[in-house]
Design a protein around this ligand. Structure first.
Ligand SMILES: [Zn+2]
Length: 272
């Protein structure tokens, strides 16, 4: 599933490719992915110029004139691809934007269809509740405040890190990698972790995300850059996707355990 670094890379690429371009047309091939009505999108989107593109949590927000915003969430397997406007469409393409003055189109494809698309008027975050409820970005948390917040929670640290209302942007990959870097066991209760270790965890989260951004994110299965290229950070994972392999720090085999439907990979020796 694409997380903060993957979405951040896409946003930078979209900015380069799309800013100041005009959306000349829209084709909706599957209405199930829409969070706002298709007639409203078809009426309001064509002719709009792309002003600015931003990331919020795992959401991509394209700012348009008159207060409109176009939002994408990639879900589990979503891809945004910029491609030649002629030629056959890839399977699972649900949403297509034609770009004025170019021979290119922006397509949204998503085999598993957990991704979402919405067009909102002014203050769109009020309409998309899952955006309005997002917690601060990892870098927006002060280290001490982050530690205090986690220590006030009973849940297991892994689940707390995945809670988008507490902090936006982390998913399974970077939660596991950050916990390994900080030496914290994923099942430990937040309230039972020493303050200093949580301060260290906050630094680990910021470091891991920054390194992943620099390497173009991680491609496990479906994540692709705007031009179809894969990310490369998966080569630097220490625990995610490495169960059974030896921990690089201590040689103990990495374990993978399922908790409330999600798997966690960790080193049983380095992480306490
Ligand atoms: Zn280890």
């Amino acid at each position: 599933m694409p997380e903060l670094p993957e979405v951040e890379n896409l946003v930078l690429e979209l900015e380069q490719a799309l800013e100041k371009r005009e959306i000349s047309g829209v084709e909706i091939r599957n209405e199930d992915i829409l969070r706002t009505p298709s007639f409203w999108i078809k009426r309001n989107l064509p002719g709009k110029k792309i002003l600015q593109i931003q990331r919020r949590g795992k959401f991509i927000r394209i700012f348009l004139p008159e207060g409109f915003s176009l939002w994408f969430h990639l879900g589990m397997t979503g891809q945004l691809l910029l491609e030649n406007a002629v030629g056959p469409l890839k399977p699972h393409t649900h949403f297509i934007l034609s770009l004025g003055g170019t021979h290119q189109r922006l397509i949204f494809r998503d085999p598993r269809r957990f991704g979402r698309v919405a067009l909102t008027p002014y203050r769109g975050e009020r309409i998309l509740k899952s955006v309005e409820r997002l917690g601060p970005e990892p870098r927006e948390w002060g280290r001490e405040e982050f530690a205090s917040e986690i220590r006030s929670r009973r849940g297991r640290i892994k689940n707390l890190l995945l809670n988008q209302r507490l902090m936006a942007g982390l998913g399974n990959i970077y939660a596991d990698e950050s916990l390994h870097r900080a030496g914290i066991h994923p099942f430990r209760a937040g309230e039972r972790i020493a303050r200093q270790r949580l301060v260290r965890l906050h630094s680990a989260i910021c470091e891991v995300l920054e390194e992943a951004c620099r390497h173009g994110g991680s491609t496990i299965d479906d994540y692709r850059h705007l031009d179809g290229q894969r990310g490369s950070f998966q080569a630097f994972h220490k625990v995610y996707g490495r169960s059974g392999e030896d921990c690089e720090s201590c040689g103990t085999p990495i374990r993978k355990i399922k908790l409330s439907g999600r798997s966690s990979s960790f080193c049983p020796r380095c992480q306490r």
